[in-house]
Design a binder for this molecule. Sequence first.
Ligand SMILES: Cc1cc2nc3c(=O)[nH]c(=O)nc-3n(C[C@H](O)[C@H](O)[C@H](O)COP(=O)(O)OP(=O)(O)OC[C@H]3O[C@@H](n4cnc5c(N)ncnc54)[C@H](O)[C@@H]3O)c2cc1C
Length: 383
Amino acid sequence: MDFSLNDEQELIRQTARDFAQRELAPKAAARDLSGEFPVAELKALAELGLMGVNVPEAFGGAEAGAMAFSVVMQELAKADASVAVTVSVTNMVAELISAFGTEEQKKKHVSKLTSGEAVCGAFALSEPQAGSDPAAMKTTATKVDGGWKLKGNKQWISHGDKAGVIVVWALTNKDAGTRGISAFLVEGGAPGLAVISAEHKMGLRGSTTVQLGFDDVFVGEDAMLGTEGMGFRLAMAALDGGRIGISSQALGVAAAALEVSLAYANEREQFGQPIIRHQAIANKLADMATKLEASKLLTERAAWMKDQKIPFSKEASMAKVFTTEKACEICDEAIQIHGGNGYTQDFPLERFYRDVRVTRIYEGTSEIQRIVIARQLIKEASN
Ligand SMILES: Cc1cc2nc3c(=O)[nH]c(=O)nc-3n(C[C@H](O)[C@H](O)[C@H](O)COP(=O)(O)OP(=O)(O)OC[C@H]3O[C@@H](n4cnc5c(N)ncnc54)[C@H](O)[C@@H]3O)c2cc1C
């Protein structure tokens, strides 16, 4: 395994880092307070080729692979995790349509996402009663003349109110279990599609999270992604890659927390010396750096395996569960190192702490990642 970046990956990292530090970091705290959705920044990211990092060049992507995607996510999340989640989901949607869409679907939707014509893409799988268990979904797609009518509610949809295209999962056969689920491409603003409510979240306040209602939303035959009954498989495949994105997002936030803490511990003096000279604080920093490094190795190994076309589902789950849990610990210790200052909005730590917490929940909770890993272990043991 060689995780060193090649010239192209290094260039992409540098591009993401420059943009993130110049354009995102200075406004992240203000966006957290105002909840302003970063439309101009997302369009600029598309112009830089970062809305389709692992998408074929033919559809406007950078075709640079999963490792490049991971480093982009790390750099963006280090500056603003709200922007990073929107970029992560949009890349996931663009990659999914590129992999399983028809030529028409790719031309119509992927190019819009990679060019910034559509500000973002959304992934509508969860429902009020179907979170960890998406197979419990109730949204239906009924065959009608010339296409399908979608009916139901989707919950927790990241920037579902801003998306140009939404991948929507629905039952096309209620009696066929997961094989009765199909995926559809729905355009933002489609008649019958409504934003029912918006969540007031603990963190990621520069990204919206909404409940969407589908009241007999009509889509043509050509809106189905993949074939009928293939939807659940598509969702699971997308989430495997998405988990590398979320793991990378957590890495970025944790890296920022460590960087800020190191600087503070060198500067802040108590008992006549910088607090980094107190062994208890130095040990915290050592543990934070070690956790970060181990997390990075797991995350980049999963990305590397994806790039090598080696099955990586277990490794993506291992990376996500480990990295997101360690990132939360790192952000917690970062607040401790800052003392009272860490608890205020004068410093970014409390935002990091709030932003990073959700990484243990979305795209499969920590508990669900452990189920995925254990199932794979059992399978391997019985082979
Ligand atoms: C900010 C945010 C953005 C999101 N964005 C999207 C999005 O863009 N698209 C989308 O489709 N979804 C999105 N989600 C939904 C997210 O994926 C779900 O919240 C997540 O899968 C958990 O589902 P739930 O919230 O219904 O919790 P539940 O499934 O009700 O789980 C509650 C608790 O029970 C545990 N649990 C459940 N089943 C088991 C089990 N079998 N064994 C052990 N423990 C179990 C869970 O781990 C959790 O701790 C988002 C969520 C948030 C918070």
